[in-house]
Design a protein around this ligand. Structure first.
Ligand code: XIL
Length: 379
């Protein structure tokens, strides 16, 4: 009998077992390609290739990238008129070379914005005209440089208080309540093809969600070019309730806008002051070991809970994939995640899909299978 080469045997057994099909779809971005984009955020070090294996992993698993920090005002324009584009340029070059969409983060936010923006040359509060001209220059310079190359921008970040009212930020004080519409309009002029999002945290909370709905209604009444709502998604094992997430997605979908999950991570640690849950980056609580229970490793029971929470959330996103266009994780791996240092510096957290050595957690394969079974029911 003629010997059948080993590789042919392997292939045929893979084909008959169905494993081959799975291999073909063995990355998150491929598995979810019929449903929504799968993104991640990249830190400055990761962009520079300082973390072994990360850029290789990202191009396999993700098809969208957001700069975790390097496109924020304090980094990209630290001094008036002096732009620091090097890191953003590098991220965009990497993304374009690998067919990955680029998400801009962020045009206007009250955090990570230098003080000079709001001061005149005497160090006094700058006039409305001066702040507005700086905002215009900033948007035109940054969006102009990358015109046509950025899929979507988080145009305005975190403009609402927890009760849904407008935050009395420096932007609000300088420009008045129309400033949100102004940003969207300036951004649209600078790069008409870029999708523009309003991005915020805790939108699963009914009062804050109500604030977004009011804002969207006002913007739409004035024909302001807003494309979608970004739900950040800084969650934990204890919150939010799935029903609240679903209610927010449905409410946003009903406005006719798209929904993007922009900064998903699920902390495995207890939140030290539960009334402050959210993503207010100014929180800086003193390290207490009672809030750092898994410094030596995550117990299996807790990691199973994390798996379940990810699966339930993705199942929800899949059910609403007519509106949900992208799900971006806020980081690649547990080594680099900001949750190790927020809201308390120096903890050991486990909020992402890849572990400290960039190895996929068990949940990755399960998320892939979840998308594959959704494909089957879709047919
Ligand atoms: C965070 C980054 O992950 C940290 O590295 C940085 O020190 C602070 O900002 N909401 C946002 C993100 O929109 O830009 C924040 O990112 C997390 C909360």
């Amino acid at each position: 009998m003629k010997a059948i080469p080993f590789c042919a045997l392997l292939l045929s057994s893979l084909l008959t077992s169905g494993l081959y099909a799975q291999e073909q779809n063995s990355s998150l971005q491929q598995a979810y390609s019929k449903h929504f984009m799968i993104g991640t955020a990249l830190s400055a070090g990761q962009i520079q290739g300082k973390e072994p294996g990360t850029l290789e992993l990202v191009k396999q698993q993700f098809n969208a990238v957001t700069a975790e920090n390097v496109m924020k005002w304090e980094i990209i324009e630290p001094v008036e008129g002096q732009f620091n584009f090097a890191a953003a340029d590098a991220m965009i070059a990497y993304a374009e070379a690998n067919n990955i969409k680029v998400i801009g983060h962020v045009l206007l936010w009250h955090e990570q914005t230098p003080d000079w923006v709001f001061l005149d040359d005497k160090g006094q509060t700058a006039s409305k005209e001066l702040v507005l001209s700086r905002l215009k220059n900033h948007i035109n310079a940054v969006m102009g440089r990358y015109k046509g190359r950025i899929h979507g921008w988080d145009a305005v970040n975190e403009a609402l208080n927890e009760d849904g009212t407008l935050r009395q930020s420096k932007w609000y004080k300088a420009l008045g309540e129309d400033y949100i519409a102004t940003v969207f309009e300036l951004a649209h002029q600078a790069d008409p093809k870029a999708q523009l999002y309003y991005n915020d945290f805790n939108l699963f909370k009914p009062e804050k969600r109500g604030g977004v709905l009011k804002l969207v209604a006002a913007l739409k009444a004035k024909n302001v070019p807003i494309y979608g709502i970004g739900e950040q998604g800084h969650y934990s094992l204890d919150y939010p309730k799935l029903q609240d997430v679903e209610d927010s997605i449905v409410a946003f979908k009903n406005t006719g806008l798209k929904v993007v999950i922009t900064e998903l991570d699920i902390s495995a640690l207890p939140f030290p002051e539960p009334e402050k849950i959210g993503a207010d980056i100014s929180l800086n609580m003193k390290l207490k070991q009672e809030f750092n229970p898994y410094a030596d490793g995550l117990p299996k029971a807790v990691s199973d809970q994390l798996t379940q929470k990810y699966l339930h959330l993705f199942e929800l996103f899949l059910r609403h994939s007519d509106a949900v266009e992208r799900v971006t994780l806020w980081g690649v791996n547990d080594n680099q995640t900001w949750r190790n240092n927020w809201p308390m510096k120096g903890r050991t957290d486990y909020p992402l899909l890849f572990d400290r050595k960039n190895q996929p957690k068990e949940v990755v394969q399960q998320l892939i299978q979840l998308a594959q079974s959704a494909d089957k029911t879709k047919k």
